[in-house]
Design a protein. Sequence first.
Length: 529
Amino acid sequence: MSDALARPTPQQIAWHDGEIGMFVHFDVPVYANTQGGTGVEGNFDLTQFNPSELDTEQWCDVAESIGAEYIIHVAKHYSGFCNWQTDSTDYSIRNTPWRGGKGDIVADLAESCRNRGLGLGIYLSPGDQHHGALPGGVCPNRDAQSRYNDIYRRQLTELLTKYGPIMELWFDGSIVVPIEDIVEEHAPGVICFQGPCANIRWPGSEKGILPYPAWNAVKKRDAVTGKVTAVHGTPDGDCWLPLEVDTPIRDHFWFHNDGGEQYLKSLQQLIDVYYQSVGYGGVLLLNSNPDRSGLIPAADAARAAEFGAEIRKRFACPLAEVAGNGDEVLLPLARPEMVDHVVIMEDIRNGERIRQYVIEGLTEGGWRELCTGSAVGHKKIDCFEPKTVSSIRFRCMEKAGPVSVKKLAAYSVGSVPLFDKDSLSLVNPISVADLEIAPGSKEYTVDLTAACRIPQRYEVELFSHSSHGGFRVVQAELLVDGTSKSDAIVPMSSDKVLDLKITDWCPTKILLRMRIEADIHLAASVMVR
C-alpha cells in the first residue's frame, strides 16, 4: 500500500512548512467602496487611486507579526486594474496620480519580501471587467477571446519575469486562457492555487476552517476536473493536493470598506480558525485589507499581532518534544505536568501513512487515553481536558506503511478551545423553492441567489413530499449572471443531491437549471446547505 500513496513534491513540502500566509487585497474596490463585481470597478475613475501613505514594509510588519512565511498579493482582481507597470493595458497604476504614475506596488512588495525573507505569491484574476472577460477569462466570442488571451498571457509573463522568484500563483477558480507553457517556462514547480497547473486546492469555503479529517490526497480522476475541495480528500488518493485555507480578517470583507472595523474577527475566532486550519494539517491564508491610504488599518494590524502573539504563547515552548519511528513513540516529561495539548507531525515525504492513532498519558493510575484521531499529515493539534501526566505515548492503531513521526510535543496551554469540531458540517438548510414536478422528463430552474451569498461549497438537495413514486436529477447546469459555469457542479453524490462550488464574488443572479425525470406528479422542496 505505501508504495502507491500520493507523495508531495519538495515545493509542496516547503509550502506545508510555511503554515501561515497573508493575503493582501488592494484594488479599485477600496476607492469605490465595494467588494468588487458590481460593474463600476472595471471603468473606475483612476484619478481617485492615490494611496499616499502606501508602505509595503508595513504590510510585511503585519505579516511577520502573525507568523506568516509568505504574502499573496492581488496584482489584478476582477476589476482588471493592474497595480504594476504593465505594457498590457492602460487600465493600470501607470494612469493614476500615485507617484506621478511611476509607482509599482508589486515591485515595492517584492523588494520588501526579499529583504525580510518572506515568500511572494501573486493573485492574477482571469476575469477582467475592463476587458469584458467573465470569471475564468471567458469572452463572448472567438476574436475577443483571442485578444484577451494575449493580454492575460502578457500580464502573467511580466509578473513571472520582472519581480524575482514567485512562490505561489493564485488563479481563483477555473481559467480558459492557456497558461501552462508560461508557468512551465518561467516558474516550474511553482505552487498553484486552482487552474490547470493546480497543486493545492480550495477547502470549499472562506470560513477559514477545514473538516476533519482533512486528507491531503485526492483521486487523480477528481483532481483533473479542477472542482475538488476538502470533501474529496481520501487517504488512498494517488494525487497530493493539499489545502490552502483562505479567510478575511474582517468577516466577510476582502477589500477595505467604510465602517468595516466592526466586522474584525475576534481573537477567539482567529484562534478557532488556526486550530481548524493549521491544526488540521492545512495552510492558513489570512487576508489583510489596506485602506485608501495604502496602509493596513491600525485596528487590523493590532488584531493580527495579537493573533500571532497568542499562537506563540501557546506553542512556542513545549514541555517536551521528540521524534521517532514505529507504531509507538514515547515522550517522557522531566516531571509530572498538567498537559492539555499535544502536537503531532508526520514525516509526509512518503505520504500520509497514519490512519488511526491514540494519544495516552501516564498518570498515577497508569496509562489513560487523552484523545484519538485519524489524519495527521503535516500537523495535527489535539486538545483535551487537562491531565497531570509524567509521559505521553503516541500509538498508531491503523497505518498504510511504516510510520515516521517528525514531531511529538506536549503543551500546557491553560485553555481548551470550545469550538465545534464538526463546524464545517453542512447544517441549517435554507429552503429556496417548492417544485411541482410533472411525470416524464422536464426542465426546472431555481433561483439560488439569496442562499449562495459568498464563495464556498454548497449542497443542494431535493426532498419529495410524497412517499409514492420516484424522481431523479439527470442533468444540471449552473448559471452565474447568465454565464454557464460548467466547472461549478461537482459530480453528484446521489441523483437528488448536487454539490456546487461557487467561486464568484458578488454575483447578481445564480440560477440552477435541472432536468428532472419523474414517475408520477409530485411536489418537492429544494434545500441549500
